[in-house]
Design a protein around this ligand. Structure first.
Ligand SMILES: Cc1ncc(C[n+]2csc(CCOP(=O)(O)OP(=O)(O)O)c2C)c(N)n1
Length: 317
């Protein structure tokens, strides 16, 4: 850590810390070689460095899964909780400590299966946090069971003759929920796009949902194989209010101009299509946030203790 810029902490002490990328690096990641989670971790550490987020003011929250090991690999606060329960934990943290930057990482099983109820309601609550769906289309940690986002006919341990159902679409699902405020899709093998998407999500005030297409080299290698090799398999949504990286124009020639303020068009573009569409589908900063709407009386610590004691007295025998 070097000491460059200066800012005044609320207590009057000068905070002249400048954070380098290694200041955000936690334990050595134990993901498989070739796992897309490595690239997402690096992009996130780059983001924290660029934004100079204070490690003690930053929290990563996860459920259970390979992707949910994320908090261990960040040198910030972290909470590695229960399968499917990352969002309620993160919501509690943010409501109690609105001064913290809260990030959530979930796998597709974690978010779209066991955690689906929390996911849907959290979109409506629109509490300010960055929520990343690391979508490898399979239960990775438990070794290859069909998840809600497994493509139809793709084989797994639980459906060896191929997944019976059409995959759930996390983009249309999110965009369909009342009060959705930010929905984006990116891919971990396009680091520049991944980084810009994370940055846009971080700057959004509200529930910023990002689905990251993520390679699992063990169970779902085939799913994104063509898309990684053939830039033609990608279609970029570009706009002045969205993401446009001129350096990628030469590689990703399929582009569509999409205004992220247009919800109907966002829903249309999120429908299944023969290419993977990447970019910001929808962004609306005017959507109400639960933390701004809930009306809680401001009480001193003494008043809280007094109220607690009154409650205890009610149950005294
Ligand atoms: C209540 C509960 N049910 C089931 C499990 C077993 N389990 C652990 S991780 C996991 C799925 C992980 O898949 P995903 O969320 O897609 O994340 P990935 O490992 O692919 O990153 C399951 C079913 C558990 N830990 N807790």
């Amino acid at each position: 850590m070097t000491h460059l810029g200066c800012s005044l902490l609320s207590c009057g002490v000068v905070d002249d810390r400048h954070f380098e990328m290694e200041d955000y690096q936690g334990a050595i990641a134990r993901w498989c070689p070739g796992c897309g989670d490595h690239s997402i971790l690096t992009a996130m550490q780059r983001l924290l460095e660029e934004e100079q987020l204070k490690p003690e003011q930053t929290v990563f929250v996860s459920g259970i899964g390979c992707s949910s090991r994320f908090p261990h690999y960040m040198k910030t606060y972290g909470f590695h909780g229960l399968h499917g329960r990352a969002i309620p934990a993160a919501t509690g943290i943010k409501l109690e400590r609105p001064d913290l930057d809260v990030f959530v990482t979930m796998g597709d099983g974690d978010c779209c299966s066991i955690g689906a109820g929390h996911w849907i309601h959290a979109i409506r609550y629109n509490v300010d946090m960055v929520v990343l769906l690391l979508d490898n289309n399979m239960y990775g940690l438990t070794k290859g069971q069909t998840s809600p986002t497994t493509p139809a006919t793709f084989p797994s341990n639980t459906q060896p003759y191929g997944s019976y159902l059409e995959a759930l679409n996390p983009l249309t699902a999110t965009l369909g929920v009342t009060n959705a405020s930010f929905v984006a899709q990116t891919a971990e093998w396009i680091p520049a796009h991944l980084f810009e998407t994370l940055k846009a999500a971080y700057h959004h005030k509200g529930f910023a949902f990002v689905r990251i297409l993520q390679r699992c080299p063990v169970y779902t290698e085939k799913i994104y194989e063509d898309a990684v090799r053939q830039p033609d398999a990608i279609e970029m949504l570009i706009h002045d209010d969205g993401i446009h990286i001129p350096d990628l124009d030469e590689i990703y020639k399929n582009q569509i101009i999409h205004d992220p303020g247009n919800l109907d068009e966002a829903r249309r573009l999120a429908e299944p299509f023969d290419r993977f569409r990447l970019g910001i589908f929808y962004r609306n900063e005017k959507r109400p946030r639960y933390e701004d709407l809930r009306r809680l009386p401001v009480r001193t610590a003494e008043e809280k203790v007094e109220l607690l004691n009154q409650e205890f007295d009610r149950y005294a025998v």
